[in-house]
Design a protein around this ligand. Structure first.
Ligand SMILES: [Zn+2]
Length: 169
């Protein structure tokens, strides 16, 4: 059902997304804990998630906010190129790509519509409007930790792991 919305380029409605999350969190391997990435995306979803977990006698322990400025987001996403043959993703800057060919299979690289600067700027506007209010929402609940997400992947990972560590069994 979610795919039919995505294939049309529409946003997946909250009720469909929430049903998917509910199903997934009901599975055995989620009973000792879980990590949600990219959900919830707005305050109504967060409220439904809170109520759902409450029914199960659970609550979120921690929310990580990966803090990075808009220009850096554009730099990271707009530099991505996808291989038309094997689907591998390269980065013009970080992988030092000099040509438009895949180093793995020789296929030609292209820029997905999702990765075009105009689309990214639009997604950042949607983020500001719909998702950014979650920062205040979770700060109010006292479970928000901001992680500086600038710099190399290894450093950001290390900062995120330090924030998560106290909650790991
Ligand atoms: Zn390839």
């Amino acid at each position: 059902m979610a795919k039919t919305y995505m294939d049309r380029g529409d946003l997946v409605p909250d009720k469909v997304t929430i049903a998917m999350v509910r199903d997934r969190l009901s599975e055995d391997d989620a009973q000792d804990g879980f990590l949600l990435d990219g959900f919830p995306r707005n305050v109504p979803q967060a409220e439904i998630l809170r109520d759902m977990l409450k029914d199960w006698g659970q609550a979120l322990d921690l929310v990580l906010e990966l803090v990075v400025d808009d220009d850096e987001v554009v730099r990271r996403l707009a530099g991505r190129r996808t291989c038309s043959q094997c689907g591998r993703i390269w980065h013009v800057e970080f992988d030092d790509k000099q040509d438009d060919l895949c180093d793995a299979c020789g296929g030609s690289l292209f820029q997905r519509d999702d990765d075009k600067e105009e689309t990214i700027r639009h997604r950042l506007e949607v983020y500001q409007e719909q998702t950014a209010p979650l920062v205040a929402y979770y700060a109010d609940e006292g479970i928000l930790v901001g992680v500086d997400a600038t710099g190399p992947v290894e450093e950001v990972t290390q900062r995120a792991m330090e924030a998560i560590r106290p909650f790991m069994g």
